[in-house]
Write a protein that binds this ligand. Structure first.
Ligand code: M6R
Length: 621
């Protein structure tokens, strides 16, 4: 949730760090800070100010003009300790000779703190992170005494400090004794190293260093790296040096820019047809293997699968729900659906004949990572779906399917949702064909139909003005229910999430048939109900459910198919969308509802890219 960037280069790093912080801004932050090494002295600059600290840092003349060639920077999203200047990162040891930035949670920091205080350390902040700097301080002293001028003393001191930590971390550290070094370590929180022409970089997020580096290494859990201006050395937890292969990232710097759009979210909404098309390019339903971008198992094993679990959080959970309906329909295997944070705690029954599919656009959501760790221990086959090449979710799994949506900066997921639907629905068709529950010709027809959805998304996007006019009628509305049945249900959940996230309005997604079992009691003439009523086998039932809510006084809006000539006779406010085959309807039906959320957020004057309280990637439990 916090953002980290660091650089050790031939030139001054201030601008790189400040620019990097700006690129991490989208994650949301309440404080930010920088540490530079200048003539073997650490200089700290830190501010707490909701979404404004980077601006304040950028105005410090001394920081801007510094010639320091090594430094770290951090955007904080407070978990332990209120947002204030002292709690902002980087944190220092007692003598300000070690600086650290941390992303994650050190769960046992209170015990470590007591231990350090007994030893006389002066702990200044209320964070869980500061203890790391003091542990390194102690360990470095020991290393220096036993190994004198060994250049690996710092990396050894960091390594030893990790021994005591329980919890999750992506840590970067600098020391005035080792002014040309940055040491990073990772456990469950992302760290990527970028190698460039003018030096080397580290970050929690590849988008922050895309412009500077051309080769990247995503650290795996329990790895430690020592980065200097012209070298990178990677170690395992026992400090054995290990070989590594860097990855090239196909995203360009421009992909992570607004490029004239008023917000990242809007830009990303308009990128949805391309994200959809790219995600399906080169996949072939007749060759299941081609659905996998990485494969480490014999796909014939998928013939033995008796049960599938789909796990994810937020929007990724909603695409999992769409996939459940599709896999059960086409492949005839029972599919269970789990919110990732619940999965491992409910003791699910898994074995070698179970397939677990973990879905996460970032590939770094800790709950989803933990769910897959749990599945791994039970010998289940594991497939991950992610938008980020090299992300933690794609390590140690049997196969990976990437969505090819490009970097998503807006906190509210849009184009990555569409990418997830594309790859999961395509995979479901291919698996049906592979296991013989679909004939070749059927599978081909479905796939052709799926591919055509990209044009339908495009058509829906072109109706923004019509959708906005309807949205404006809802300006001032406070309570929303989104309801749908079958494939309209995940769309309702996703629409409610989008509205909540960026407009801060109360919204619930409900299965339309379930409303009368309780929630209907809440409805009155102040409530808005948006029904997803595109043509499908439950169309008539959804209309009956909408009549029920209308008779309780609710203001009803409807998402309906273009070909529906009747609906206009019953309802006034209709978001028309291109007709789409039922199982693919979530791909198109969500578009007007994304616009609805966007327009209401704009009318409320909200920052759609940086909604309050939210972080793009949730790396704490
Ligand atoms: O990166 P992930 O897909 O694992 O993220 C999961 C959720 O945190 C995410 O979908 C969140 O709900 C979004 N902000 C939705 O717009």
């Amino acid at each position: 949730m916090c953002g980290i960037i660091g650089a050790v280069t031939v030139e001054s790093v201030s601008e790189t760090l400040l620019e990097g912080l700006k690129r991490l801004e989208y994650r949301g932050y309440d404080s930010a800070g920088v540490v530079l090494i200048e003539s073997e002295v650490l200089k700290f600059y830190k501010y707490a100010h909701l979404n404004k600290s980077i601006e304040k840092l950028s105005k410090i003349a001394e920081l801007n003009s510094s010639l320091a060639t090594v430094g770290l920077a951090h955007t904080r999203w407070a978990t332990h300790g209120v947002p204030n200047d002292v709690n902002a990162h980087p944190h220092a040891d007692c003598t300000d000779s070690i600086g650290i930035v941390h992303n994650g949670i050190i769960e046992n920091y209170r015990q470590i703190l007591l231990h350090l205080e007994k030893k006389g350390h002066n702990i200044k902040s209320n964070t869980d992170s500061e203890v790391v700097a003091h542990l390194i301080e102690d360990n470095l002293l020991v290393e220096k005494q036993s190994n004198q001028d060994d250049p690996l003393n710092f990396v050894r001191a960091v390594r030893k400090s990790l021994n005591l930590l329980k919890g999750t971390y992506g840590i970067a550290a600098v020391s005035s004794d080792f002014p040309g070094q940055i040491v990073v370590a990772k456990n469950m929180s992302p760290i990527v190293v970028g190698l460039g022409n003018s030096g080397n970089y580290i970050s929690s997020d590849v988008a922050a260093i895309l412009e500077k580096a051309d080769k990247f290494l995503y650290l795996k859990d329990n790895q430690i790296a020592l980065i200097t201006q012209d070298n990178l050395r990677l170690y395992d937890i026992d400090l054995n040096e290990i070989d590594f292969k860097t990855t090239e990232v196909t995203w360009s710097y421009a992909d992570a820019q607004k490029l004239g759009h008023e917000s990242f979210m809007l830009k990303e909404m308009y990128e949805q047809p391309v994200a959809f098309k790219n995600t399906l390019a080169d996949r072939d339903i007749n060759k299941l293997e081609l659905f996998f971008d990485e494969i480490h198992f014999d796909p014939n094993r998928l013939m033995d699968i008796q049960k599938v679990f789909l796990v994810g959080c937020g929007t990724s959970f909603h695409s999992a729900m769409v996939a459940k309906y599709a896999i059960e329909h086409w492949v005839r295997i029972p599919v269970e659906l789990d919110i990732a944070s619940e999965f491992r705690y409910r003791d699910p029954i898994l074995d070698g004949s179970t397939l677990v599919i973990g879905i996460s656009q970032s590939g770094e959501t800790i709950d989803t990572l933990a769910a897959l760790n749990f599945a791994r221990k039970s010998r289940a086959k594991i497939i991950s779906v992610s938008n980020v090449v090299g992300s933690a979710l794609t390590n140690n799994v049997d196969a990976v399917m990437f969505t090819r949506a490009g970097p998503e900066i807006g906190v509210a997921a849009t184009k990555t949702y569409i990418g997830q639907l594309a790859v999961l629905l395509g995979f479901a068709i291919s698996l049906g064909k592979f296991r013989g529950t679909l004939f070749k010709s059927e599978a081909e027809n479905y796939f052709r139909e799926l591919l055509s959805c990209s044009d339908k998304i495009d058509m829906a996007l072109k109706r923004r003005e019509d959708y906005n006019q309807l949205a404006q009628k809802l300006s001032g509305a406070k309570d929303f229910f989104f309801i749908g049945r079958n494939m309209g249900y995940p769309t309702s959940l996703e629409a409610a999430l989008k509205l909540k996230e960026i407009s801060y309005l109360h919204a619930e997604g409900y299965a339309a048939g379930e409303l009368k079992h309780g929630p209907i009691a809440v409805l009155d003439d102040q409530s808005t109900v948006v029904g997803v009523a595109t043509k499908n086998k439950l169309y008539d039932k959804v209309l009956s459910n909408l009549e029920e809510v209308r008779s309780r006084g609710a203001n009803v809006f409807v998402v309906a198919s273009d070909s529906d000539e009747e609906i206009g006779k019953h309802f006034e406010n209709i978001f028309y969308v291109p007709d789409t085959f039922e199982l693919f309807s979530p791909i198109v039906d969500i578009i007007p509802l994304q616009f609805l959320a966007y327009e209401l957020a704009k009318l409320a004057g909200n920052d759609v890219d940086r909604p309050r309280n939210l972080a793009k990637t949730v790396t704490v439990e």
